[in-house]
Design a protein. Sequence first.
Length: 117
Amino acid sequence: MKKINIIKKEKDFNNVILNGKKYKNKYYIIYKENNNLDKYRFGICVSKKLGNAVTRNKNKRQVKDIIDKSNLLFSKNKDYVIILNREINSIDFEEKKSNLISLLKIVEGDNNEEKNK
């Protein structure tokens, strides 16, 4: 994931979480909100309840890798915040990947419905 496609400021995270549309499954919560930029951006939130710093960073790296290799086309002018639930540590990488990709397809499918209206 390129650095220009990452949300870094707390203000931007809070804006997406407070004003964005929410999608969730057992392992992930994704918020989606419009931005005024000509690019999509992702932010990844991992609670300290998930584990120590090594575990949290490993999970963030895996999510970034899944997003990069997913071959999904993300809408420009959108911000996405992905929050990982505690249950994420109980599954292997392939299951993480399939759950996240299926949820991202739902989010992107919803984007396409908004465009058609």
